[in-house]
Design a binder for this molecule. Structure first.
Ligand SMILES: NC(=O)c1ccc[n+]([C@@H]2O[C@H](COP(=O)([O-])OP(=O)(O)OC[C@H]3O[C@@H](n4cnc5c(N)ncnc54)[C@H](OP(=O)(O)O)[C@@H]3O)[C@@H](O)[C@H]2O)c1
Length: 299
């Protein structure tokens, strides 16, 4: 290579997008941190390194990393506990998101805030689009919506990314619970009157990374496509896993919880379509892939 060619080659090399990830030890955060795409350089902060409830810590983390974008996964996610612990849920999901929005804006970094289907009341019978009216029924949903509103008022280059029914290889989730119960055999009762879209963390992480590389700011619904009930989801998990247990449908009324779940929280992906982003694959295909990954020895 001549000197001239080598200069052109080095100018062509695009610097990776520097991304600060909050909640890096959660199930989505850990998935993000395991991505190995040379287009992104990820800097993860778990709760021990960055408590988002502390604005000074948010500013220090952003100053340290100097990110082009922040993917904000940290949240108070204990939906039932939040009903009796509202102050702490708001402190993390509302005030913590405010702090992250302030720090990201001061540093000139884009912000992707991960939100939830729980901002809707679940009374619809057709998929919710990004501009449908929100009406959260729970403290968790209200505190996440407050986080959305603070992000919108304090930052001008944001992606609010609502997702639902998240599962993956890390942390506690429905698929891992069903796999454990399914291996034990017998019969498992699962509610058949709540509908949504299961979402694989690997697909959600990819969507978040794709979004922050754009300037198509706004609200997004990002779940795997298609929908099912929890009962149908459990049956698919047992089938894909070849597990001996049987699944039996039951009603929400049979299993009362402190925080009411939305009966229908299927999200329409109109912003993904409108902005020409790649659609998220069907939940069943994603589940099959996840189960395959679980069975594939690492290394
Ligand atoms: N899981 C779902 O089905 C689902 C559905 C819709 C939307 N979402 C949203 O998706 C995002 C990621 O959820 P996830 O499933 O990855 O949840 P997760 O596994 O509970 O992860 C959340 C992480 O945030 C951390 N955190 C809590 N308070 C914090 C604080 N004050 N400062 C810094 N970190 C703090 C938690 O740490 P500790 O464990 O130490 O508390 C945890 O590691 C969240 O915004 C959630 O609201 C999740």
């Amino acid at each position: 290579m001549t000197a001239e060619q080598s200069t052109v080659a080095s100018m062509d090399k695009i610097a990776p997008i520097r991304v600060l990830v909050t909640g890096a030890n959660g199930q989505l955060g850990r998935e993000l941190m395991l991505r190995s795409d040379p287009a992104y350089e990820l800097f993860g902060f778990g709760r021990d390194e960055l408590d988002i409830a502390d604005l000074a810590q948010c500013r220090a983390a952003v100053e340290q990393v100097r990110p082009h974008a922040v993917i904000h996964c940290a949240a108070y996610t204990a939906v039932d506990r939040a009903e009796a612990d509202a102050d702490n849920a708001y402190q993390v999901n509302a005030a913590g998101s405010r702090n992250i929005a302030i720090a990201a804006r001061e540093a000139g970094a884009k912000l992707a805030y991960v939100s939830t289907d729980y901002v809707f009341d679940g009374r619809s019978t057709t998929p919710y689009n990004e501009y449908d009216e929100t009406n959260p029924l729970t403290v968790y949903g209200k505190s996440k919506l407050a986080g959305e509103q603070l992000v919108q008022s304090l930052h001008d280059r944001y992606f609010i990314v609502r997702t639902a029914w998240v599962y993956g290889a890390h942390g506690a989730n429905f698929v891992r619970t069903m796999l454990r119960l399914g291996e034990a055999g017998g019969t498992v009762k699962v509610v058949s009157d709540q509908f949504g879209s299961p979402t694989y963390t690997a697909d959600l992480a990819q969507m978040l990374l794709s979004l922050i590389a754009t300037e198509a700011y706004g609200i997004y619904h990002a779940t795997n496509s298609g929908s099912c009930s929890w009962y149908e989801f459990a049956a698919a998990i047992f089938e894909e896993g070849g597990l001996p247990a049987k699944v039996e449908p039951c009603t929400t009324a049979e299993f009362p919880r402190p925080a009411p779940r939305p009966a229908y929280s299927v999200l329409d992906h109109s912003a993904i379509r409108a902005n020409g982003l790649p659609p998220m694959r069907h939940w069943r295909e994603a589940l099959r892939d996840f189960m395959h990954q679980l069975r594939t020895p690492k290394g």
